[in-house]
Design a protein. Structure first.
Length: 643
């Protein structure tokens, strides 16, 4: 029972291993085994059997279950999504006060009140997220902390709701079939146990579904999310809402467990304990909250046993765990399991050159001479692309982009149609990447227009541009390194599948079917690119050339009409460039329009039907490669040859 958000210890089918992790952890796909479903059931039943008849142990077990819910809430938003929400403890408190108020003042049943409390805390969390969408991590933490303090002050002065300084006493116990579930007694323990089991299974589903992939991508590369047609803003709001609802659930259960609740319960010490449990357990690991809660409980009990040195014991315990468990306890367990299984984290080799190449992958001739000898991506999955694709056009007309007083693109115009490869070349600083960014909506244009089939796409959000059929790669390969190659491709299939988050989490039949289809399609593309053997290895364990191919394959998951390739040949061997050139020609044959930006002229000459030359943001030449390269102005501007 060990794993991480597709970054965990439970990846039995993955041949690669993990290394010492960042504090946030690594997402790795858990095997779909019965053990991961039955495991929590077995543990909960065992805990219930051990604590039966011992009131103190029963109290500890119930408190631990509620603490797990709160820690899982923070692990979801921080460990998975990378969002440092410090208002979560007050959200936890709001869930407690809301459920009690609805019961005692409005006469709601416990079961309805707890659902309403979850909706309230989810809605409040979304409100916290809305004004902070553009804040960096540090300022977001400050903003959420300020919101939490403001909420505490509001509750402090709302006597009817929170009881003010005295709190709320004599909280009624919930009942089921007329049987009271009193906090501290076995009935309430089993209520909490059932809730914990449900949440643990939902977290496992999150861990293994596209929801988890999107959250990890939100943390590691929001720009990648937008590039595959998924809105980072929507993903962020989903993380806030889910985490808030889970915190509200934990708060409501806590209030009825204690049967008394006051504002002092939700103080800075509680926030500190929450942060410690998440980080010590292993932020981003599926079972990190379990390890974290157990660690804090053990340290609490040891410190109480040595009452003269409570703080010393607690502090030393935290320091030892931090020093000895990089990535938290779950990270240490991950590495231990890997060692027992004989796994080692080894970087995958470069793409092998065919016979006749030297050890560095070089051949005697230029890239253009090699294209006929390299097949590129020619498998069945790529062959299906563009089978009935209509003729489409993409045009940047008189586009001008200014940054302050600097003109990056000066009234440049280019056109590409499906089925052709258009090169975009020029010296460093000529504005090539900026022009691509203007087309995809990554930068705002000062004037001009970007037309897709004659219709303006200026002002559309980046995911909308992708959904209309325009994919792109970047100067440096942008992949989610903590995901496997297969998961990186599946991420691109998660954008528009018609399956909501809730149906994914409960594994509805449609969600399972779509997941299988996405996985099969991603694997087929990896096979086409001769990367199937690497499918279950983390992207971080692969060389630069492989990541370039993965980025192209990920775009093909979008079934685009156009792909904008930004320097795909940079840093590659001659053989790898030939592989890229052959792949580009294959895409062209499948009626995908390609805009290719690169400094490698043999690659441009081998792959392109037409080229545009930019200099100082202006188009100074366009036409077939041979004609353009023969122009004196091009040689002067690009090659440094005097006219």
């Amino acid at each position: 029972m060990s794993s991480t958000v597709n970054r965990t210890t439970d990846r039995a089918d993955t041949p690669s291993t993990s290394q010492a992790r960042k504090p946030r952890g690594r997402r790795r796909r858990a095997p779909r085994s019965l053990l991961h479903i039955l495991g929590p059931v077995i543990v909960i039943v065992a805990v219930g059997a051990v604590t039966s008849g011992n009131d103190y142990l029963l109290h500890l077990a119930t408190a631990a279950g509620i603490s797990y819910l709160l820690t899982a809430s923070f692990n979801l938003i921080y460990g998975y999504g990378g969002i440092f929400n410090l208002s979560l403890v007050m959200t936890y408190g709001l869930g407690a006060f809301t459920s009690v108020y609805l019961e005692t003042h409005l006469g709601m049943s416990f079961w309805i009140a707890i659902l309403v409390a979850m909706l309230v805390t989810a809605a409040l969390s979304v409100l916290i997220a809305l004004p902070s969408s553009r804040l960096s991590e540090l300022f977001l933490a400050i903003q959420t902390l300020a919101f939490g303090l403001a909420l505490a002050e509001l509750l402090h002065n709302w006597d009817d709701f929170s009881g003010g300084t005295t709190g709320v006493y004599m909280i009624p116990s919930p009942t089921i079939f007329g049987i009271p579930l009193v906090g501290g007694l076995p009935g309430y323990f089993w209520l909490v146990a059932v809730v914990v089991l449900v949440v643990a299974l939902l977290m496992y589903r999150l861990h293994t579904s596209d929801v988890g992939r999107r959250l990890v991508a939100l943390r590691e590369g929001p720009r990648v999310l937008a590039a595959v047609g998924v809105s980072p803003a929507s993903t962020r709001l989903m993380a806030f809402a889910a985490s808030g609802a889970l915190a509200g659930l934990a708060g409501a259960l806590f209030a009825h467990f204690q049967m008394v609740v006051d504002l002092e319960t939700f103080n800075f010490a509680r926030l500190t304990a929450l942060l410690l449990a998440t980080i010590l357990g292993g932020a981003g690991y599926l079972y990190g909250p379990v390890f974290g809660v157990i660690a804090l409980m053990v340290m609490d009990e040891l410190s109480l046993a040595t009452s003269s040195a409570q703080d010393l014991v607690y502090g030393v315990g935290v320091i030892v765990l931090v020093l000895l468990t990089s990535g938290g306890i779950a990270g240490a367990v991950q590495r231990g399991v890997d060692r027992l299984r004989g796994r080692r984290r080894v970087a995958e080799p470069e793409i092998g050159a065919p016979p006749g190449a030297d050890p560095e992958g070089r051949r005697d001739g230029p890239v253009g001479a090699e294209v006929d000898g390299v097949t590129g991506a020619t498998g069945a999955a790529v062959a299906e692309l563009g089978a009935e694709r209509p003729d489409r056009s993409l045009e940047a007309a008189q586009v001008r982009v200014e940054f302050g007083g600097t003109v990056a693109v000066a009234d440049a115009s280019i056109t590409v149609r499906t089925g052709e490869v258009v090169g975009l070349i020029g010296p460093n600083g000529a504005g090539k990447t900026t022009l691509l960014n203007a087309v995809t909506g990554d930068v705002a244009i000062t004037s001009g227009s970007v037309l897709l089939d004659g219709e303006s796409i200026v002002g559309l959000a980046k995911p909308q541009v992708v959904q209309r059929g325009i994919g792109r790669t970047f100067q440096s390969p942008k992949v989610i390194k903590e995901l496997t190659l297969l998961e990186n491709l599946m991420l691109a299939g998660d954008g528009d599948r018609g399956v909501g988050t809730l149906r994914q989490l409960v594994a509805s039949p449609k969600a399972r079917r779509v997941e299988r289809e996405t996985r099969d399609r991603a694997m087929a593309l990896l096979e086409d690119f001769s990367l199937a053997a690497r499918a279950h290895h983390r992207a971080a364990d692969h060389p630069y050339g492989v990541l370039r191919l993965v980025e192209v394959a990920r775009n093909l998951m979008l079934d685009p009409s156009f792909i904008l390739l930004d320097e795909p040949g940079a840093g590659l061997t001659e053989f790898e460039r030939a592989e890229i050139a052959a792949t580009i020609r294959t895409l062209s044959s499948r009626r995908i329009g390609v805009v290719l930006v690169d400094h490698n002229l043999p690659l441009i000459n081998a792959a392109c039907d037409r080229i545009y030359v930019l200099d100082a943001g202006r188009v100074i030449a366009d036409g077939p490669p041979a004609e353009v390269f023969a122009q004196a102005g091009v040689r002067s501007a690009y090659l440094g040859v005097p006219e």
